[in-house]
Design a protein around this ligand. Structure first.
Ligand code: ZN
Length: 341
């Protein structure tokens, strides 16, 4: 297969702290010989596992970029055994635009794997991660949030995998992240996801959903900060340090066993939230109402829970469209377990 046109501007294998870019040539009207410059840092000390930490896979999710930018500027090689590769803004054009997908090619990076070396910009980014960064990584943490259109309870997540040994190692890493909730996640469509690429490469993989609405909170950033340290300690590349940062030290294990977790809007309208995140619901409960904005005097349409459980995610903007996910109801598997004990 053709070589990638992306190239790091720093040596990824040298000891020490290095800060540079993944340079992707991108010729356009305002810069004939221009390039997309994706910032990255590599902190390496001797031999040991490689941990790849990514944020900004979607450009409107902020806990990952904030926590990873802080880590990149503070982590010293003397604190590390092995190598930490930090890419806070993975789909940089999307991140710069504050949008989920890239303004260059409308590419959703997390639906673009394995990518193509001769494809559009977003496919080229995916290809570089797939063929150059993934093979040399042992542990991968990809930090997501809800972005501008979703809001989540803060959770770290894994998928159910065929290889039970790999899944057990992923679970251990998820508990080391120690978010207030931990999720066995069911994807609506796993094709093209970074998650799938990492898992199929046999690596230890954890993803997160830490908040949403296209911003962050002091609490959601603290969860990310602590989670990253726990993830690195579990990989064996940094010493374990107790950092509570005011975040509770227990987690509740959730599960999304099938499609009945999803409540989907069947019409456009004004969304009235009737249940807040973290609340318990019963099958048949009214989770939300959708009001007709075309006229007055018509009754609202009710969105009902299709199963018992806990409201783990919901639509964020005040208006909703047909086909939008209104809410996600998850099963509680185990409440309040202490993952670090
Ligand atoms: Zn995302």
């Amino acid at each position: 297969m053709r070589e990638s046109s992306l190239a790091p501007t720093i040596d990824l294998d040298a000891n020490g702290e290095r800060h540079g870019f993944l340079k992707l040539p991108y010729s356009r009207d305002d810069s004939a010989w221009g390039a997309v410059m994706i910032p990255l840092s590599v902190i390496k000390n001797g031999s040991g596992p490689t941990v790849l930490l990514t944020g900004g896979n979607h450009g409107d999710e902020y806990e990952g970029p904030i926590a990873l930018a802080k880590l990149a500027s503070s982590l010293k090689a003397s604190d590390v055994s092995g190598r930490v590769i930090v890419v806070p803004y993975m789909n940089y054009p999307a991140f710069e635009a504050g949008s989920r997908t890239s303004p260059i090619d409308k590419g959703n990076l997390n639906r673009s794997f394995p990518g193509r070396p001769d494809g559009a910009v977003t496919e080229k980014i995916a290809d570089f991660f797939q063929r150059y960064l993934l093979p040399s990584s042992d542990f991968v943490l990809d930090i997501h949030s809800g972005g501008r259109t979703l809001e989540f309870l803060p959770f770290a997540a894994i998928h159910v995998l065929r290889d039970q040994n790999q899944q057990a190692r992923c679970e251990q890493a998820m508990y080391a992240f120690a978010a207030p909730y931990s999720m066995k996640m069911l994807e609506l469509d796993a094709v093209g996801m970074f998650d799938t690429a990492v898992e199929e490469a046999g690596k230890v993989f954890v993803s997160t959903e830490l908040g949403g609405g296209g911003s962050s909170t002091a609490r959601s950033v603290a969860i990310a900060d602590r989670g990253i340290r726990g993830f690195l300690a579990n990989a064996g590349v940094v010493e374990h340090t107790e950092t509570s940062l005011g975040v509770e030290d227990s987690t509740t294990l959730l599960d999304m066993p099938d499609g009945s977790c999803y409540v989907t809007s069947e019409l456009n309208g004004l969304l009235e939230q009737c249940i807040d995140l973290g609340a318990l619901v019963r099958q048949g409960d009214v989770i939300a109402r959708i009001h007709d904005i075309g006229r007055t005097g018509t009754p609202a349409v009710e969105c009902l829970a299709k199963r018992d459980g806990l409201l783990a995610a919901r639509h964020f903007p005040g208006l909703v469209k047909r086909g939008d996910t209104v809410a996600v109801v998850a099963d509680i598997v185990v409440g309040d377990i202490s993952p670090r004990r």
